[in-house]
Write a protein that binds this ligand. Structure first.
Ligand code: 5AD
Ligand code: SF4
Length: 296
């Protein structure tokens, strides 16, 4: 699609955008929705992204870490509920050394040999990624957030480089991981042209998973006065990704559900095919506050 066509679709939804996206999803996947069991095992993070409540600069947040045993018991709960994929998610927490992390992955892999282990734990070096893979992890989610270097810099106080992200994604792919990437819709300073650049970047990257959700305000960040991302724009972008990537796993994200009570259903109607459900007990993960008004 040309830049103009994309802009038109994002602005108006065009003719039957959602119906077309849904039709493609049904052709490839039928009516199935894939459920993933999410385990938010640590809210410690050494990074300081300006938009995120887990940022190291947020001293108000009560931090927690789950032990291997606690993580395994989340998986057991997931096993009982017939989940076939576990997503281990955390901030960038160096407490979980490569050894600790591989030990956890191996334990899950041993106990649930038929389950897919997905990681969402941030930027690491290639050696660590390889060790996770060897231990049995097969998927890795790492949103690139924005491919525009100027925009990336504004979201990270100029302290981090988009090249590090893209290099990580490249390494993960080389090792054999199925990769997931994506952006926040309506993140501070984002322009329509940025979104178009991201669409083209993802078109080239061809990730197996595309995770796109609205930016949501978090009161304990420097962006606390910024507005939430737009629901319609997020849904239109999800539908565009479905049209461009018929085979991709595209979740209706938790952020979408937090923005709108019907967010998940609306996401499904726009062609998404994955829902992540939290397996972490509420009392353990109530402080996984990336943004305000997080639901369950
Ligand atoms: N609103 C929505 N999504 C956010 N993320 C971080 N902060 C926010 C926020 N305020 C997303 C980022 C990151 C993932 C952990 O959560 O895209 O990749
Ligand atoms: Fe840490 Fe990820 Fe939040 Fe950045 S977005 S502060 S890396 S948890």
């Amino acid at each position: 699609m040309t830049c103009e066509e994309l802009k038109e679709l994002l602005a108006t939804g065009g003719e039957n955008l959602f119906a077309r996206a849904r039709a493609i999803k049904s052709q490839v996947f039928g009516d199935e929705i894939f459920f993933r069991g999410l385990i938010q095992f640590s809210n410690h993070c050494k990074q300081n992204c300006l938009y995120c409540g887990l940022r190291s600069g947020n001293k108000k947040l009560q931090r927690y870490r789950l032990s291997k045993e606690e993580i395994l018991s989340c998986c057991e709960e997931g096993g009982k509920r017939n989940f076939k994929t576990f997503v281990l998610q955390s901030g960038e927490d160096d407490y979980y050394t490569t050894e600790k992390m591989t030990d956890i992955i191996q334990a899950i892999h041993r106990q649930f040999p038929n389950c897919v282990i997905t990681l969402s734990i941030g930027e690491k070096d290639a050696k660590a990624y390889q060790a996770y893979y060897d231990a049995g992890a097969r998927r890795f989610l790492l949103r690139h957030e924005t491919i525009n270097p100027g925009h990336y810099s504004k979201l990270h106080s100029g302290k981090r480089k988009i090249e590090t992200r893209t290099e990580c994604l490249k390494q993960l792919r080389k090792i054999g991981f199925q990769i997931g990437s994506g952006i926040m819709v309506g993140s501070p300073y984002q322009t329509m042209d940025n979104i178009i650049e991201d669409i083209y970047f993802i078109e080239k990257l061809k990730p197996e998973m595309i995770a796109v959700g609205p930016y949501l305000t978090c009161k304990d960040t420097p962006f606390k006065n910024r507005k939430n991302g737009d629901l319609k724009l997020t849904l239109r972008l999800l539908a565009i990704f479905r049209l461009m990537h018929p085979n991709a796993f595209i979740p209706a994200t938790t952020a979408l559900a937090a923005l709108d009570p019907g967010g998940r259903e609306k996401g499904a109607l726009a062609g998404t095919n994955v829902i992540m459900l939290n397996l972490t007990p509420q009392e353990l993960c109530k402080n996984y506050r990336i943004y305000d008004n997080m639901e369950g």
